[in-house]
Write a protein that binds this ligand. Structure first.
Ligand SMILES: CC(=O)N[C@H]1[C@@H](OP(=O)(O)OP(=O)(O)OC[C@H]2O[C@@H](n3ccc(=O)[nH]c3=O)[C@H](O)[C@@H]2O)O[C@H](CO)[C@@H](O)[C@@H]1O
Ligand SMILES: C=C(OP(=O)(O)O)C(=O)O
Length: 423
């Protein structure tokens, strides 16, 4: 069984350039479908989710070619409006195809998307938004058919600031007739990145980054070359790893403004941070401090995608902390794995109490989702002894060769593809 074998206890040192953002690249790749022609998307990380998006686009008729971290794609020929179920199921982000396909082809047939097991992830807000733009939605035996001869601008209030629903509606609305206003929109930096991309293609979108986004429909769009923003969650994960191993690293290609709540939390633990331009320097101290309450929330709140990694870090601080998860209802599966490593964690329904212990011990642990996997890897780097992390398919969804990145920082980590290694 594939696994990371990590020999812990060695501080991380060195410099790393942070990869491009998964959560920007995925909707932007889907958005290229809006217009025919040759697009180039740059700084795309090599991830299994990106591979799945590529397979879906190819199944629809798009031609794609990687060149390093750039993807060239020719979107002129789309031969079907049906997304294969086997691919739909492989990730949540397959849902992003809905808006652009509806806009371009006037019809799209999907099945419910897959994704990490971190709680119920309905798509009602996506469907409500598209139907307010004039789409007819038919839900059948395991499929959803969405049709619209013409999309028309509308006033859409989201009951929750859903990232994906905001992005799907933006993509569907760029060529709708008239003006669309999304209220209670999500404000994540990846939404502003999608806005920039759409506007480069000739769209008229404003307000991304605030809770009201205005989209004025345009007739024509054109293909572009575009570079996605750096991944703030990968940057946060590496920063946490440096802090909890007592190391000292420099991250380059970082947008500090996107990381406010994560950096503020790291500072509360006693981690030293310095920044200049797009670089962030992180230095841990021998024993970090507990921080009291941490509550996840929509941006600019503390990101749910950093919650497991910060739990790993707080588990070896001096003092106590409480993490409350407010975005997903099932995102505590890493708790029992961290407990195996010696963490003192008391889970409640929506929160976990953490009593810091002096150190974690190596163990064999299972990644159950992407960020749970990242948390276990960084816990293993800080732990005494050897940690084996199983479930690498989850980690590969969001980290571009995490083992190579950590090796470059002096971490002792190896990817084992062979038979199970005895403990
Ligand atoms: C590819 C991508 O960008 N993924 C991110 C995106 O996921 P995603 O876009 O799926 O997350 P959402 O912001 O939509 O989800 C937030 C909350 O809204 C609920 N909800 C969402 C849609 C809907 O139609 N109905 C509904 O009830 C969800 O169950 C969840 O409780 O934002 C999440 C929250 O920051 C991040 O963890 C994911 O990394
Ligand atoms: C939950 C995540 O992603 P996705 O929405 O792609 O499942 C994540 O990136 O942590």
């Amino acid at each position: 069984m594939e696994q990371y074998v990590i020999k812990g206890g060695k501080p991380l040192y060195g410099t790393i350039r942070v990869q491009g953002a998964k959560n920007s690249a995925l909707p932007i790749l889907a958005a290229t479908l809006l217009v025919e022609g040759i697009h180039e998307i740059r700084d795309v990380p090599h991830l299994s989710d990106i591979d799945v998006m590529g397979k879906i686009l190819k199944a629809l008729g798009v031609k794609m070619r990687w060149d390093g971290n750039n993807i060239k794609m020719e979107t002129s020929t789309i031969k079907t409006f049906r997304i294969p179920e086997s691919l739909m199921r492989q990730m949540r982000s397959s849902i992003f195809l809905m808006g652009p396909m509806l806009s371009r082809l006037h019809e799209v047939i999907i099945t419910p998307p897959g994704g990490c097991a971190i709680g119920a992830r309905p798509i009602d807000l996506h469907l409500k938004g598209l139907s307010l733009l004039g789409a007819k939605i038919e839900e059948g035996d395991g499929f959803i058919r969405c049709t619209a001869t013409k999309l028309k601008g509308a006033n859409i209030h989201l009951d929750l600031p859903s990232v994906g629903a905001t992005e799907n509606i933006m993509m569907a609305a760029v060529r709708a007739e008239g003006r669309t206003v999304i209220r209670n929109a999500a404000r994540e930096p990846e939404i502003a990145d999608l806005e920039r991309f759409l506007n480069r293609m000739g769209a008229d979108v404003s307000g991304a980054g605030t809770n009201t986004i205005v989209i004025r429909g345009v007739r024509r769009l054109h293909p572009v070359s575009y570079e996605v923003i750096p991944d703030r969650i990968v940057a946060g994960t590496l920063a946490a790893a440096a802090a909890m191993t007592g190391g000292e690293i420099l991250l380059t290609h970082v947008v500090l403004d996107h990381m406010g709540s994560t950096l503020e939390l790291l500072e509360r633990t006693g981690t030293t941070l310095k920044h200049e331009g797009d670089s962030l320097w992180i230095k841990g101290i021998p024993r970090l401090k507990g921080v009291g309450d941490v509550v996840t929330g929509p941006y600019p709140g503390f990101p749910t995608d950093m919650q497991p990694q910060i739990m790993a870090l707080l588990s070896i601080t001096e003092g106590s902390s409480i993490i409350s998860e407010r975005i997903f209802d099932g995102r505590f599966k890493h708790v029992q794995e961290l407990v195996r490593m010696g963490a003192n964690l008391q889970p409640g329904e929506h929160s976990v109490e953490i009593q810091g212990v002096p150190y974690l011990k190596g163990a064999t642990v299972q990644a159950t989702d992407l960020r749970a996997g990242a948390a276990l890897v960084i816990a293993g780097l800080a732990a005494q002894g050897t940690t084996r992390v199983l479930g690498l398919n989850h980690i590969d969804r969001g980290y571009d060769h995490l083992d190579r990145t950590l090796l470059q920082l002096g971490g002792q980590i190896q990817r084992w593809s062979g038979k199970v290694v005895s403990c």
